[in-house]
Design a protein around this ligand. Structure first.
Ligand code: UDP
Length: 356
């Protein structure tokens, strides 16, 4: 039996890890989870483990609230100690956070095979901490599990065919999660009764380039305030953004709620008019649930959504956000297009991991 250590730490990783953890159970792989502690609030962490039935982490490192270097360094230290004791057959990391890089680096230095789920994504914006994390993680991974053809092309363009790593397109594990949990969400969530709105735009704001840049942040707040005059905008607000708004005494006119669990998020996605976000995952989830999306960034890793008319990149300028919103209201798109696989991404990934 294979023994795999999974390293997670941030909200999007819990959603992704849920899908592989279930498959590990089904396909007889022994998984132990390290939670680095990057996200620690109950509504940013615990709720996902409970709702999505993710196995309780075997290790909690409780590392958060530090600058990037200190955070990554402490994680590296903590993860290395665990790996030396556990001697797993592989270390599994997701996406592009500091936890991803720390997990991959700790394993690679100990010659433990690294498995990267969501490999090959690129924004081509090296100012983003996520871009640095994902490029470095890909380079030291042994198994690169790519969600899209674009991701595979990105790796090929960077010369990965010359490296020892195995590159596989397995599809998008977030599509698996959306399909698997949608029915449970219908049964368990009461968020729609709570917000009590029939026509609303669902928003999320958390990307560092937006929250930490006052001009970008104000552009977004003004843009969403403007849209909110005619169509209610509901934003489950990330703690980072909430803190910055509080510090700067900015009070948005649109509806702010606490971050919601995944079941509530699914129901909001299913019921909204459209989505406005700077999240990576939420752009795709808009597509999964048949909703147009405006992305408040200058670029996206999920280029197929833009190319096929499901997503408009607005940046953070308020006028551009409002005009992208207006344009998207007129669009009629066929959301049956298969861009991300059909819910088998985790199953394929685990088969590849077993064969490692
Ligand atoms: N999400 C959630 N509740 C929220 C906001 C987001 O469950 O209040 C989910 C969302 O549906 C997606 C994941 O968290 O599955 C995305 O996380 P986030 O936007 O924080 O990160 P990114 O995808 O940008 O890395």
């Amino acid at each position: 039996m294979k023994n795999i250590i999974t390293v997670v730490g941030a909200r999007p990783q819990f959603v992704k890890a849920a899908t592989l953890s279930r498959q590990f159970g089904l396909q007889g792989v022994n998984e132990k989870i390290i939670h680095t502690g990057q996200h620690y609030d109950a509504n940013m962490s615990e709720v996902f483990f409970e709702e999505m039935e993710i196995p309780k982490p075997a290790y909690q490192l409780d590392i958060h609230g530090l600058n990037h270097g200190a955070m990554t360094g402490k994680m590296l230290w903590g993860i290395e100690e665990i790996l030396i004791n556990e001697k797993p057959d592989g270390v599994l990391v997701y996406g592009d956070t500091n936890s991803t890089l720390a997990g991959a680096l700790a394993a690679a230095k100990l010659h433990i095979p690294v498995i990267h789920v969501e490999a090959g994504l690129r924004s081509f914006n090296m100012q983003m901490p996520e871009e640095v994390n994902r490029i470095l993680t890909d380079r030291i991974s042994d198994l690169l599990l790519c969600p899209t053809d674009t991701a595979i092309d990105n790796l090929k363009n960077e010369g990965f065919s010359n490296f020892h790593s195995r590159i596989v397109k397995n599809g998008d594990v977030m599509q698996d999660a959306a399909l698997y949990y949608a029915r449970k969400a219908e049964q368990k969530s009461d968020i729609l009764q709570k917000i009590n709105l029939s026509n609303f735009v669902l928003g999320t704001i958390h990307r560092q380039e937006n929250t930490d840049n006052p001009e970008n942040l104000m552009g977004i707040i003004h843009g969403l305030n403007e849209i909110n005059r005619n169509t209610a905008v509901v934003v489950p607000l990330h703690p980072r953004t909430r803190n910055i708004l509080k510090q700067q005494n900015i009070i948005p006119e649109f509806t702010i709620i606490d971050p919601v669990g995944y079941f509530d998020m699914i129901m909001l996605l299913k019921s909204c008019n459209m989505v406005i976000t700077d999240s990576g995952g939420v752009q795709k989830e808009a597509f999964f649930f048949g909703k147009q999306c405006v992305t408040m960034r200058e670029e996206t890793e999920w280029v197929e959504l833009v190319k096929n008319g499901f997503n408009i990149l607005s940046g953070s300028n308020s006028d551009k956000i409002v005009s992208a919103f207006n344009e998207s209201q007129l669009r009629k798109s066929d959301f049956t297009m298969n861009l991300y696989g059909q819910g088998q991404a985790a199953e394929l990934a685990v088969r590849e991991i077993i064969a490692l």
